[in-house]
Design a binder for this molecule. Structure first.
Ligand SMILES: [Zn+2]
Length: 550
Protein backbone atom coordinates (compact mmCIF):
# COMPACT_ATOMS: atom_id res chain seq x y z
CA UNK A 1 0.00 0.00 0.00
CA UNK A 2 1.19 3.51 -0.83
CA UNK A 3 0.66 6.48 1.45
CA UNK A 4 0.95 9.62 -0.62
CA UNK A 5 0.93 12.73 1.52
CA UNK A 6 0.48 15.03 -1.46
CA UNK A 7 -0.93 18.44 -0.60
CA UNK A 8 -2.79 19.25 -3.78
CA UNK A 9 -6.05 19.14 -5.66
CA UNK A 10 -6.15 16.59 -8.47
CA UNK A 11 -8.63 14.99 -10.85
CA UNK A 12 -8.30 11.36 -11.91
CA UNK A 13 -10.65 9.66 -14.38
CA UNK A 14 -10.65 5.88 -13.98
CA UNK A 15 -13.27 5.40 -16.70
CA UNK A 16 -15.24 7.75 -18.89
CA UNK A 17 -12.70 9.36 -21.18
CA UNK A 18 -12.69 6.58 -23.82
CA UNK A 19 -15.15 5.14 -26.34
CA UNK A 20 -16.85 2.93 -23.77
CA UNK A 21 -18.15 5.56 -21.38
CA UNK A 22 -18.30 4.08 -17.92
CA UNK A 23 -17.73 6.86 -15.49
CA UNK A 24 -15.59 6.60 -12.40
CA UNK A 25 -13.96 9.86 -11.41
CA UNK A 26 -11.78 10.62 -8.43
CA UNK A 27 -10.93 13.97 -6.85
CA UNK A 28 -8.00 14.14 -4.46
CA UNK A 29 -7.80 17.00 -1.98
CA UNK A 30 -4.70 16.99 0.25
CA UNK A 31 -4.64 13.21 0.16
CA UNK A 32 -8.37 12.69 0.81
CA UNK A 33 -10.39 11.10 -1.99
CA UNK A 34 -13.91 11.63 -3.33
CA UNK A 35 -15.39 9.45 -6.10
CA UNK A 36 -17.94 10.81 -8.53
CA UNK A 37 -20.15 8.31 -10.42
CA UNK A 38 -19.56 4.61 -10.92
CA UNK A 39 -21.02 3.29 -14.15
CA UNK A 40 -21.00 0.31 -16.49
CA UNK A 41 -20.21 0.03 -20.17
CA UNK A 42 -21.19 -2.62 -22.69
CA UNK A 43 -18.64 -4.93 -24.30
CA UNK A 44 -20.47 -4.80 -27.64
CA UNK A 45 -18.64 -6.01 -30.73
CA UNK A 46 -15.28 -4.90 -29.33
CA UNK A 47 -15.42 -7.33 -26.36
CA UNK A 48 -17.95 -10.01 -27.32
CA UNK A 49 -16.83 -12.25 -24.46
CA UNK A 50 -17.83 -9.60 -21.90
CA UNK A 51 -21.37 -8.23 -21.94
CA UNK A 52 -20.99 -5.77 -19.09
CA UNK A 53 -17.82 -3.88 -18.22
CA UNK A 54 -16.94 -1.90 -15.12
CA UNK A 55 -13.94 0.36 -14.48
CA UNK A 56 -10.98 -1.30 -12.76
CA UNK A 57 -11.12 0.26 -9.27
CA UNK A 58 -7.81 -1.22 -8.01
CA UNK A 59 -6.14 2.14 -7.41
CA UNK A 60 -9.10 3.39 -5.42
CA UNK A 61 -9.56 0.13 -3.52
CA UNK A 62 -5.96 0.29 -2.27
CA UNK A 63 -6.70 3.73 -0.83
CA UNK A 64 -10.24 3.22 0.35
CA UNK A 65 -9.29 4.26 3.90
CA UNK A 66 -9.00 7.76 2.50
CA UNK A 67 -12.15 7.63 0.35
CA UNK A 68 -14.81 9.78 2.04
CA UNK A 69 -17.68 9.11 -0.32
CA UNK A 70 -19.11 8.32 -3.75
CA UNK A 71 -21.37 10.97 -5.24
CA UNK A 72 -23.77 10.07 -8.05
CA UNK A 73 -24.63 12.83 -10.54
CA UNK A 74 -27.59 11.04 -12.17
CA UNK A 75 -29.39 7.72 -12.62
CA UNK A 76 -27.97 6.55 -15.95
CA UNK A 77 -26.34 3.11 -16.09
CA UNK A 78 -23.02 4.58 -17.23
CA UNK A 79 -22.99 6.69 -14.05
CA UNK A 80 -24.38 4.35 -11.38
CA UNK A 81 -24.67 0.89 -12.95
CA UNK A 82 -21.42 -0.39 -11.39
CA UNK A 83 -22.17 0.67 -7.81
CA UNK A 84 -23.63 -2.71 -6.81
CA UNK A 85 -20.59 -4.59 -8.22
CA UNK A 86 -17.88 -2.26 -6.91
CA UNK A 87 -19.28 -1.00 -3.60
CA UNK A 88 -18.26 -4.18 -1.74
CA UNK A 89 -14.65 -3.28 -2.66
CA UNK A 90 -14.98 0.41 -1.75
CA UNK A 91 -17.43 0.37 1.21
CA UNK A 92 -17.83 4.16 1.34
CA UNK A 93 -20.97 6.27 1.95
CA UNK A 94 -23.05 7.05 -1.16
CA UNK A 95 -24.74 10.34 -2.00
CA UNK A 96 -27.51 10.60 -4.59
CA UNK A 97 -30.66 12.55 -5.49
CA UNK A 98 -34.05 11.07 -4.48
CA UNK A 99 -34.65 9.51 -7.93
CA UNK A 100 -31.09 8.18 -8.33
CA UNK A 101 -31.27 6.84 -4.77
CA UNK A 102 -34.54 5.05 -5.58
CA UNK A 103 -32.93 3.46 -8.66
CA UNK A 104 -29.84 2.53 -6.62
CA UNK A 105 -31.81 1.01 -3.74
CA UNK A 106 -33.37 -1.45 -6.20
CA UNK A 107 -29.97 -2.44 -7.59
CA UNK A 108 -28.38 -2.78 -4.15
CA UNK A 109 -31.39 -4.80 -3.02
CA UNK A 110 -31.07 -7.16 -6.01
CA UNK A 111 -27.37 -7.59 -5.13
CA UNK A 112 -28.32 -8.34 -1.50
CA UNK A 113 -26.21 -5.53 -0.02
CA UNK A 114 -28.78 -2.79 0.62
CA UNK A 115 -28.56 -3.32 4.39
CA UNK A 116 -24.79 -2.73 4.43
CA UNK A 117 -24.65 0.42 2.31
CA UNK A 118 -24.90 3.88 3.81
CA UNK A 119 -26.92 5.63 1.09
CA UNK A 120 -27.62 9.31 1.71
CA UNK A 121 -30.52 10.76 -0.24
CA UNK A 122 -29.52 14.35 -0.87
CA UNK A 123 -32.25 16.95 -1.51
CA UNK A 124 -31.95 18.54 -4.96
CA UNK A 125 -29.66 21.56 -5.41
CA UNK A 126 -28.16 21.15 -1.93
CA UNK A 127 -24.80 22.17 -0.61
CA UNK A 128 -23.07 19.76 1.75
CA UNK A 129 -19.70 18.82 3.17
CA UNK A 130 -18.32 15.35 2.47
CA UNK A 131 -15.04 15.14 4.37
CA UNK A 132 -13.10 18.24 3.33
CA UNK A 133 -15.05 18.50 0.04
CA UNK A 134 -17.48 21.43 -0.03
CA UNK A 135 -20.06 20.26 -2.57
CA UNK A 136 -22.85 22.13 -4.30
CA UNK A 137 -25.27 20.38 -6.61
CA UNK A 138 -26.63 22.42 -9.53
CA UNK A 139 -29.63 21.18 -11.46
CA UNK A 140 -29.18 20.44 -15.14
CA UNK A 141 -31.52 19.21 -17.86
CA UNK A 142 -30.63 15.74 -19.20
CA UNK A 143 -32.50 12.67 -20.44
CA UNK A 144 -33.19 11.41 -16.91
CA UNK A 145 -34.84 13.14 -13.93
CA UNK A 146 -32.75 15.00 -11.35
CA UNK A 147 -29.42 15.18 -13.17
CA UNK A 148 -27.04 17.52 -11.37
CA UNK A 149 -23.65 19.10 -11.88
CA UNK A 150 -21.27 19.23 -8.96
CA UNK A 151 -19.32 22.30 -7.86
CA UNK A 152 -16.42 21.37 -5.59
CA UNK A 153 -15.01 24.30 -3.60
CA UNK A 154 -11.48 23.80 -2.29
CA UNK A 155 -8.68 26.01 -0.95
CA UNK A 156 -7.05 25.62 -4.41
CA UNK A 157 -10.11 26.87 -6.23
CA UNK A 158 -13.48 25.60 -7.44
CA UNK A 159 -13.91 22.70 -9.82
CA UNK A 160 -17.14 22.32 -11.75
CA UNK A 161 -17.86 18.69 -12.65
CA UNK A 162 -20.77 19.04 -15.07
CA UNK A 163 -21.80 15.39 -15.40
CA UNK A 164 -24.14 14.88 -18.37
CA UNK A 165 -26.21 17.93 -19.20
CA UNK A 166 -27.88 19.96 -21.92
CA UNK A 167 -29.78 23.21 -22.26
CA UNK A 168 -33.50 22.75 -22.74
CA UNK A 169 -35.92 25.62 -22.08
CA UNK A 170 -38.72 23.07 -21.56
CA UNK A 171 -37.36 19.71 -20.34
CA UNK A 172 -40.92 18.67 -19.26
CA UNK A 173 -39.68 17.14 -16.01
CA UNK A 174 -37.80 19.31 -13.56
CA UNK A 175 -36.52 22.84 -14.17
CA UNK A 176 -34.22 23.87 -17.03
CA UNK A 177 -30.46 23.89 -16.41
CA UNK A 178 -29.63 26.35 -13.61
CA UNK A 179 -27.92 28.96 -15.80
CA UNK A 180 -28.13 31.58 -13.04
CA UNK A 181 -26.30 29.19 -10.70
CA UNK A 182 -23.57 28.62 -13.30
CA UNK A 183 -23.26 32.37 -13.90
CA UNK A 184 -22.87 32.93 -10.13
CA UNK A 185 -20.11 30.32 -10.06
CA UNK A 186 -18.47 32.07 -12.99
CA UNK A 187 -18.47 35.37 -11.08
CA UNK A 188 -17.02 33.63 -8.01
CA UNK A 189 -14.25 32.18 -10.22
CA UNK A 190 -13.87 28.62 -11.49
CA UNK A 191 -10.45 27.01 -11.57
CA UNK A 192 -11.43 24.08 -13.81
CA UNK A 193 -14.46 22.64 -15.55
CA UNK A 194 -14.67 18.89 -16.22
CA UNK A 195 -17.30 18.75 -18.94
CA UNK A 196 -19.37 16.42 -21.16
CA UNK A 197 -18.01 16.07 -24.75
CA UNK A 198 -20.51 13.54 -26.18
CA UNK A 199 -21.96 15.92 -28.78
CA UNK A 200 -18.98 18.24 -29.22
CA UNK A 201 -19.05 17.44 -32.97
CA UNK A 202 -22.72 18.44 -33.33
CA UNK A 203 -23.52 21.97 -34.50
CA UNK A 204 -26.32 24.04 -33.04
CA UNK A 205 -28.54 22.91 -30.18
CA UNK A 206 -29.63 19.46 -29.01
CA UNK A 207 -33.35 20.34 -29.15
CA UNK A 208 -36.13 20.16 -26.59
CA UNK A 209 -38.09 17.31 -25.00
CA UNK A 210 -41.17 19.46 -25.52
CA UNK A 211 -40.64 19.25 -29.30
CA UNK A 212 -40.43 15.46 -29.06
CA UNK A 213 -43.75 15.39 -27.20
CA UNK A 214 -45.42 17.35 -30.01
CA UNK A 215 -43.92 15.08 -32.69
CA UNK A 216 -44.94 11.89 -30.88
CA UNK A 217 -48.47 13.18 -30.31
CA UNK A 218 -48.94 14.02 -33.99
CA UNK A 219 -47.40 10.77 -35.18
CA UNK A 220 -49.23 8.40 -32.84
CA UNK A 221 -52.60 10.09 -33.52
CA UNK A 222 -52.54 8.94 -37.12
CA UNK A 223 -51.36 5.34 -36.60
CA UNK A 224 -53.55 2.27 -36.92
CA UNK A 225 -52.83 -1.21 -35.62
CA UNK A 226 -50.55 -1.97 -32.71
CA UNK A 227 -47.88 0.58 -31.80
CA UNK A 228 -44.66 -0.12 -29.92
CA UNK A 229 -42.23 2.60 -28.87
CA UNK A 230 -38.70 1.81 -27.72
CA UNK A 231 -36.86 4.23 -25.48
CA UNK A 232 -34.51 4.35 -22.48
CA UNK A 233 -36.26 3.20 -19.32
CA UNK A 234 -35.05 6.05 -17.12
CA UNK A 235 -36.11 8.78 -19.56
CA UNK A 236 -39.17 9.54 -17.45
CA UNK A 237 -40.10 12.66 -19.46
CA UNK A 238 -40.05 10.61 -22.68
CA UNK A 239 -42.10 7.77 -21.19
CA UNK A 240 -44.62 10.37 -20.02
CA UNK A 241 -44.71 12.00 -23.49
CA UNK A 242 -45.33 8.64 -25.17
CA UNK A 243 -48.03 7.84 -22.63
CA UNK A 244 -49.80 11.18 -23.09
CA UNK A 245 -49.62 10.82 -26.87
CA UNK A 246 -51.12 7.35 -26.58
CA UNK A 247 -53.90 8.47 -24.28
CA UNK A 248 -54.74 11.35 -26.65
CA UNK A 249 -55.06 8.76 -29.43
CA UNK A 250 -57.40 6.57 -27.32
CA UNK A 251 -54.77 3.96 -26.52
CA UNK A 252 -53.84 2.38 -23.19
CA UNK A 253 -50.19 1.86 -22.37
CA UNK A 254 -48.35 -1.29 -21.30
CA UNK A 255 -44.71 -1.48 -20.20
CA UNK A 256 -42.58 -4.31 -21.59
CA UNK A 257 -39.22 -4.96 -19.98
CA UNK A 258 -37.89 -5.18 -16.45
CA UNK A 259 -35.84 -1.98 -16.51
CA UNK A 260 -38.96 0.00 -17.55
CA UNK A 261 -40.95 -1.46 -14.66
CA UNK A 262 -38.10 -0.66 -12.25
CA UNK A 263 -37.82 2.91 -13.54
CA UNK A 264 -41.62 3.31 -13.30
CA UNK A 265 -41.52 2.21 -9.64
CA UNK A 266 -38.59 4.54 -8.85
CA UNK A 267 -40.37 7.42 -10.63
CA UNK A 268 -43.67 6.95 -8.79
CA UNK A 269 -41.82 6.55 -5.48
CA UNK A 270 -40.21 9.96 -5.96
CA UNK A 271 -43.30 11.85 -7.10
CA UNK A 272 -43.24 11.55 -10.90
CA UNK A 273 -46.05 10.20 -13.15
CA UNK A 274 -48.52 11.81 -10.71
CA UNK A 275 -51.45 12.03 -13.15
CA UNK A 276 -50.49 9.02 -15.28
CA UNK A 277 -52.70 5.98 -14.58
CA UNK A 278 -50.92 2.75 -13.65
CA UNK A 279 -49.41 1.05 -16.71
CA UNK A 280 -50.83 -2.24 -17.92
CA UNK A 281 -48.61 -5.25 -17.53
CA UNK A 282 -47.56 -7.60 -20.31
CA UNK A 283 -50.35 -10.13 -19.73
CA UNK A 284 -53.12 -7.49 -19.87
CA UNK A 285 -51.79 -6.00 -23.10
CA UNK A 286 -52.63 -9.06 -25.19
CA UNK A 287 -56.37 -8.68 -24.51
CA UNK A 288 -56.72 -5.16 -25.91
CA UNK A 289 -57.91 -4.47 -29.48
CA UNK A 290 -54.96 -3.48 -31.70
CA UNK A 291 -56.05 0.16 -32.09
CA UNK A 292 -56.40 0.63 -28.34
CA UNK A 293 -52.92 -0.53 -27.34
CA UNK A 294 -49.51 1.07 -27.23
CA UNK A 295 -46.55 -0.66 -25.68
CA UNK A 296 -43.40 1.02 -24.42
CA UNK A 297 -40.54 -1.42 -24.54
CA UNK A 298 -36.88 -1.80 -23.72
CA UNK A 299 -34.39 -2.77 -26.40
CA UNK A 300 -33.78 0.49 -28.29
CA UNK A 301 -30.08 -0.50 -28.50
CA UNK A 302 -30.78 -3.96 -29.92
CA UNK A 303 -30.00 -5.69 -26.60
CA UNK A 304 -30.50 -9.40 -27.37
CA UNK A 305 -32.59 -10.31 -24.31
CA UNK A 306 -34.76 -7.17 -24.37
CA UNK A 307 -38.51 -7.08 -24.94
CA UNK A 308 -38.11 -5.55 -28.42
CA UNK A 309 -35.56 -8.14 -29.56
CA UNK A 310 -37.97 -10.89 -28.50
CA UNK A 311 -40.88 -9.19 -30.23
CA UNK A 312 -38.79 -8.82 -33.40
CA UNK A 313 -37.81 -12.50 -33.27
CA UNK A 314 -41.47 -13.37 -32.53
CA UNK A 315 -40.44 -15.24 -29.38
CA UNK A 316 -42.19 -12.92 -26.92
CA UNK A 317 -44.73 -14.92 -24.91
CA UNK A 318 -47.31 -12.10 -24.64
CA UNK A 319 -47.25 -10.11 -27.84
CA UNK A 320 -46.51 -10.34 -31.51
CA UNK A 321 -46.33 -7.58 -34.10
CA UNK A 322 -46.71 -7.83 -37.84
CA UNK A 323 -48.46 -6.40 -40.91
CA UNK A 324 -50.16 -3.08 -40.07
CA UNK A 325 -48.26 -2.50 -36.82
CA UNK A 326 -45.71 0.23 -36.16
CA UNK A 327 -42.50 0.34 -34.12
CA UNK A 328 -41.02 3.73 -33.23
CA UNK A 329 -37.42 4.09 -32.04
CA UNK A 330 -37.52 7.11 -29.72
CA UNK A 331 -33.78 6.88 -29.22
CA UNK A 332 -30.45 7.29 -30.93
CA UNK A 333 -27.99 4.59 -31.89
CA UNK A 334 -25.21 4.52 -29.35
CA UNK A 335 -21.94 3.94 -31.23
CA UNK A 336 -21.05 0.24 -31.14
CA UNK A 337 -24.68 -0.89 -31.12
CA UNK A 338 -25.43 -0.21 -34.81
CA UNK A 339 -25.29 -3.85 -35.93
CA UNK A 340 -27.50 -5.14 -33.14
CA UNK A 341 -30.08 -2.40 -33.76
CA UNK A 342 -30.10 -3.00 -37.52
CA UNK A 343 -30.69 -6.70 -36.92
CA UNK A 344 -33.76 -5.95 -34.78
CA UNK A 345 -35.02 -3.44 -37.36
CA UNK A 346 -34.62 -5.94 -40.21
CA UNK A 347 -36.52 -8.60 -38.28
CA UNK A 348 -39.35 -6.13 -37.69
CA UNK A 349 -39.43 -5.18 -41.40
CA UNK A 350 -39.48 -8.86 -42.31
CA UNK A 351 -42.50 -9.36 -40.03
CA UNK A 352 -44.27 -6.60 -41.98
CA UNK A 353 -43.99 -3.82 -39.39
CA UNK A 354 -43.51 -0.16 -40.23
CA UNK A 355 -40.35 1.04 -38.47
CA UNK A 356 -39.89 4.72 -37.66
CA UNK A 357 -36.53 6.09 -36.53
CA UNK A 358 -35.78 9.72 -35.60
CA UNK A 359 -35.26 11.99 -38.62
CA UNK A 360 -36.27 15.45 -39.76
CA UNK A 361 -39.72 14.22 -40.76
CA UNK A 362 -40.22 12.40 -37.45
CA UNK A 363 -38.29 14.27 -34.73
CA UNK A 364 -39.11 11.60 -32.14
CA UNK A 365 -35.85 11.91 -30.23
CA UNK A 366 -33.48 14.55 -28.92
CA UNK A 367 -30.09 13.96 -27.33
CA UNK A 368 -29.51 14.56 -23.63
CA UNK A 369 -26.05 16.00 -24.25
CA UNK A 370 -24.96 19.52 -25.20
CA UNK A 371 -24.28 20.42 -28.82
CA UNK A 372 -21.73 23.12 -29.68
CA UNK A 373 -23.95 26.15 -29.02
CA UNK A 374 -24.85 24.81 -25.59
CA UNK A 375 -21.19 24.18 -24.75
CA UNK A 376 -20.40 27.75 -25.84
CA UNK A 377 -23.17 29.10 -23.61
CA UNK A 378 -21.81 27.20 -20.58
CA UNK A 379 -18.22 28.33 -21.17
CA UNK A 380 -19.50 31.88 -21.49
CA UNK A 381 -21.28 31.60 -18.12
CA UNK A 382 -18.66 29.67 -16.15
CA UNK A 383 -15.45 31.10 -17.67
CA UNK A 384 -13.21 28.36 -16.25
CA UNK A 385 -9.44 28.91 -16.27
CA UNK A 386 -8.87 25.26 -17.21
CA UNK A 387 -11.05 22.87 -19.21
CA UNK A 388 -10.98 19.08 -18.93
CA UNK A 389 -13.12 17.50 -21.68
CA UNK A 390 -14.43 14.05 -20.70
CA UNK A 391 -17.03 11.58 -21.97
CA UNK A 392 -16.26 10.97 -25.62
CA UNK A 393 -13.77 9.61 -28.07
CA UNK A 394 -10.52 11.43 -28.74
CA UNK A 395 -12.01 13.42 -31.66
CA UNK A 396 -14.84 14.67 -29.41
CA UNK A 397 -12.37 15.67 -26.70
CA UNK A 398 -10.24 17.51 -29.26
CA UNK A 399 -13.18 19.43 -30.71
CA UNK A 400 -14.31 20.30 -27.21
CA UNK A 401 -10.79 21.49 -26.35
CA UNK A 402 -10.76 23.82 -29.37
CA UNK A 403 -14.09 25.28 -28.31
CA UNK A 404 -12.86 25.79 -24.73
CA UNK A 405 -9.80 27.63 -26.03
CA UNK A 406 -12.11 30.09 -27.84
CA UNK A 407 -13.40 31.08 -24.41
CA UNK A 408 -9.96 31.60 -22.93
CA UNK A 409 -9.81 28.28 -21.06
CA UNK A 410 -6.67 26.15 -21.16
CA UNK A 411 -7.73 22.65 -22.25
CA UNK A 412 -6.14 19.49 -20.86
CA UNK A 413 -6.67 16.29 -22.84
CA UNK A 414 -6.20 13.36 -20.51
CA UNK A 415 -6.99 9.65 -20.57
CA UNK A 416 -8.19 7.19 -17.96
CA UNK A 417 -5.52 6.75 -15.31
CA UNK A 418 -3.99 10.23 -15.81
CA UNK A 419 -3.88 12.15 -12.53
CA UNK A 420 -4.26 15.83 -13.43
CA UNK A 421 -3.02 18.16 -10.70
CA UNK A 422 -5.29 21.21 -10.71
CA UNK A 423 -3.56 23.09 -7.91
CA UNK A 424 -1.13 24.37 -6.86
CA UNK A 425 0.34 25.42 -10.23
CA UNK A 426 1.41 24.11 -12.67
CA UNK A 427 -1.72 22.31 -13.87
CA UNK A 428 -0.39 19.10 -15.42
CA UNK A 429 -0.56 15.32 -15.35
CA UNK A 430 1.48 14.43 -12.27
CA UNK A 431 1.27 10.64 -12.43
CA UNK A 432 -0.40 7.79 -14.30
CA UNK A 433 -2.09 5.09 -12.26
CA UNK A 434 -3.58 1.68 -12.98
CA UNK A 435 -6.87 1.88 -14.86
CA UNK A 436 -8.73 -0.38 -17.23
CA UNK A 437 -11.85 -2.44 -17.57
CA UNK A 438 -13.17 -5.49 -15.77
CA UNK A 439 -15.87 -7.77 -17.10
CA UNK A 440 -18.85 -8.59 -14.90
CA UNK A 441 -19.08 -12.37 -15.24
CA UNK A 442 -21.93 -13.68 -13.14
CA UNK A 443 -20.91 -12.83 -9.57
CA UNK A 444 -17.25 -12.24 -10.45
CA UNK A 445 -15.19 -9.38 -11.85
CA UNK A 446 -12.60 -10.58 -14.35
CA UNK A 447 -9.78 -8.59 -15.94
CA UNK A 448 -10.36 -8.27 -19.70
CA UNK A 449 -6.73 -9.12 -20.37
CA UNK A 450 -6.65 -12.00 -17.88
CA UNK A 451 -6.41 -15.75 -18.51
CA UNK A 452 -10.09 -16.60 -18.05
CA UNK A 453 -11.40 -14.13 -20.60
CA UNK A 454 -8.41 -14.77 -22.85
CA UNK A 455 -9.43 -18.44 -22.90
CA UNK A 456 -13.05 -17.50 -23.53
CA UNK A 457 -12.06 -15.28 -26.44
CA UNK A 458 -10.18 -18.21 -27.96
CA UNK A 459 -13.09 -20.57 -27.39
CA UNK A 460 -15.40 -18.03 -28.99
CA UNK A 461 -13.45 -17.84 -32.23
CA UNK A 462 -11.44 -21.07 -32.30
CA UNK A 463 -13.54 -23.45 -30.23
CA UNK A 464 -12.46 -25.72 -27.42
CA UNK A 465 -11.38 -29.37 -27.47
CA UNK A 466 -11.31 -31.55 -24.39
CA UNK A 467 -9.70 -34.96 -24.60
CA UNK A 468 -9.92 -37.71 -21.96
CA UNK A 469 -7.32 -40.41 -22.03
CA UNK A 470 -7.03 -43.54 -19.90
CA UNK A 471 -3.61 -45.25 -19.67
CA UNK A 472 -2.26 -48.19 -17.68
CA UNK A 473 0.78 -48.28 -15.36
CA UNK A 474 3.14 -48.44 -18.35
CA UNK A 475 1.36 -45.56 -20.12
CA UNK A 476 -0.30 -47.70 -22.79
CA UNK A 477 -3.64 -46.32 -23.93
CA UNK A 478 -6.64 -48.25 -22.58
CA UNK A 479 -9.80 -48.17 -24.67
CA UNK A 480 -10.64 -45.30 -27.05
CA UNK A 481 -9.83 -41.73 -25.87
CA UNK A 482 -12.89 -39.47 -25.61
CA UNK A 483 -12.93 -36.18 -27.48
CA UNK A 484 -15.48 -33.37 -26.97
CA UNK A 485 -15.26 -30.26 -29.10
CA UNK A 486 -18.37 -28.11 -28.57
CA UNK A 487 -18.44 -25.22 -31.00
CA UNK A 488 -16.03 -27.06 -33.32
CA UNK A 489 -17.50 -30.50 -34.09
CA UNK A 490 -20.94 -31.97 -33.58
CA UNK A 491 -21.33 -34.63 -30.92
CA UNK A 492 -20.30 -37.99 -32.43
CA UNK A 493 -19.00 -36.45 -35.68
CA UNK A 494 -16.58 -38.78 -37.49
CA UNK A 495 -13.70 -36.28 -37.19
CA UNK A 496 -13.70 -36.65 -33.40
CA UNK A 497 -13.29 -40.44 -33.73
CA UNK A 498 -10.37 -39.95 -36.10
CA UNK A 499 -8.76 -37.46 -33.72
CA UNK A 500 -9.21 -39.94 -30.85
CA UNK A 501 -7.53 -42.68 -32.93
CA UNK A 502 -4.65 -40.33 -33.87
CA UNK A 503 -4.21 -39.38 -30.23
CA UNK A 504 -4.06 -43.03 -29.06
CA UNK A 505 -1.50 -43.86 -31.76
CA UNK A 506 0.68 -40.80 -30.98
CA UNK A 507 0.68 -41.61 -27.26
CA UNK A 508 1.50 -45.31 -27.79
CA UNK A 509 4.45 -44.21 -29.97
CA UNK A 510 5.95 -42.09 -27.19
CA UNK A 511 9.10 -43.29 -25.36
CA UNK A 512 8.27 -45.68 -22.52
CA UNK A 513 10.03 -43.53 -19.89
CA UNK A 514 7.92 -40.48 -20.71
CA UNK A 515 4.72 -42.52 -20.64
CA UNK A 516 5.34 -43.54 -17.01
CA UNK A 517 5.42 -39.97 -15.64
CA UNK A 518 1.99 -38.25 -15.31
CA UNK A 519 2.91 -34.59 -15.84
CA UNK A 520 5.23 -35.25 -18.78
CA UNK A 521 2.74 -37.62 -20.39
CA UNK A 522 -0.15 -35.19 -19.97
CA UNK A 523 1.83 -32.36 -21.62
CA UNK A 524 3.04 -34.60 -24.45
CA UNK A 525 -0.48 -35.98 -25.02
CA UNK A 526 -1.89 -32.46 -25.07
CA UNK A 527 0.65 -31.48 -27.72
CA UNK A 528 -0.26 -34.61 -29.68
CA UNK A 529 -3.96 -33.76 -29.44
CA UNK A 530 -3.29 -30.19 -30.57
CA UNK A 531 -1.40 -31.56 -33.59
CA UNK A 532 -4.16 -34.03 -34.48
CA UNK A 533 -6.75 -31.25 -34.40
CA UNK A 534 -4.66 -28.62 -36.16
CA UNK A 535 -4.19 -31.01 -39.07
CA UNK A 536 -7.98 -31.25 -39.53
CA UNK A 537 -9.36 -27.80 -38.74
CA UNK A 538 -6.38 -25.54 -39.47
CA UNK A 539 -7.18 -23.51 -36.34
CA UNK A 540 -5.73 -23.26 -32.86
CA UNK A 541 -8.58 -24.04 -30.49
CA UNK A 542 -8.19 -24.13 -26.72
CA UNK A 543 -7.05 -27.68 -25.95
CA UNK A 544 -7.43 -29.42 -22.59
CA UNK A 545 -6.47 -32.97 -21.76
CA UNK A 546 -7.54 -35.13 -18.81
CA UNK A 547 -5.25 -38.04 -18.07
CA UNK A 548 -6.50 -40.96 -16.02
CA UNK A 549 -4.13 -43.73 -14.97
CA UNK A 550 -6.01 -47.00 -14.44
ZN1 LIG B 1 -26.45 10.47 -18.67
Amino acid sequence: MTFETTDDLAFLPLGGTGEIGMNLNVYRLDGTLLAVDCGIGFGGSEFPEAEILVPDPAWLVERRDRLVGLVITHAHEDHLGAVASLWPLLRCPLYASPFAAAVLRRKLGEAGILGEVKLHTVPLASRLLVGPFDLQFLRVAHSVPEAQALAIRTPYGTVLHTGDWKLDADPLIGPPTDEAGFAALGREGVLAMVCDSTNALVDGFSGSEAGVRVALTELIAELKGRVAVACFATNVARVESITRAAMAAGRRVALFGRSLRNADAAARETGYFKDIPPFLDEEEAGYLPDDELLIICTGSQGEPRSALAKIAADTHPQISLGEGDTVIFSSRMIPGNEKAIMAVESALFRAGCRVITPDSEHPVHVSGHPAKEELRRLYDLVKPRHAVPVHGEWRHLQQHAALARDFGAIPHLIEDGDMLRLGPDPVEVCETVQSGKLAVDGARLLPLEGNVLGARRRMLFNGVVVGSLAVDEAGRVRGQPQISAPGLFDQGEEATNQIATDLARLVNDMPAGLRREDTALREAARTALRKAIGRRVRKRPLVELHLLRV
